[in-house]
Design a protein. Sequence first.
Length: 154
Amino acid sequence: MVLVGQDYLGKPTELTFDHVEKVDSKLVKARDYAQSDTHHGPDGVFDSIVTIPLPKNLTFRTIPALQAADFWAWEYRKNHLNLDEWWSLPDRPQNWGDEQWEHMNQWVTDKFGSFEDATRKSLQELLRRSHFKCMIWHYGELCEAHEARGGVWA
């Protein structure tokens, strides 16, 4: 919601959510949480977003966009797990920046040959044909958000 709110600021935007238990209450909680995010979103960033639960007579099988989103999330999860070993390396630089990126890049090169080789071909094709924007919550980002929120995560 944060990324959509930033990208489509002030434009009417509908977000459709797949079937989950108690989806309406979860969407209310998600909106409240997103609106409390003073770190990523300016005031009013979510004012034009409408959250819609998927009607009961439809499923992800009948909505290609949901199929693509599920596929993307699955592939990205698998890709992240391919790189999971790097996060527990004892010699991994702890400060975010060029040194850590270079270390990860070298580790990936040694282990897989390249980042592309570490990424399944199905995800490579999806990324080539689509525009995706991600927000990565690493430790430094969480600390900054925690400070910006004054320690309150409503």
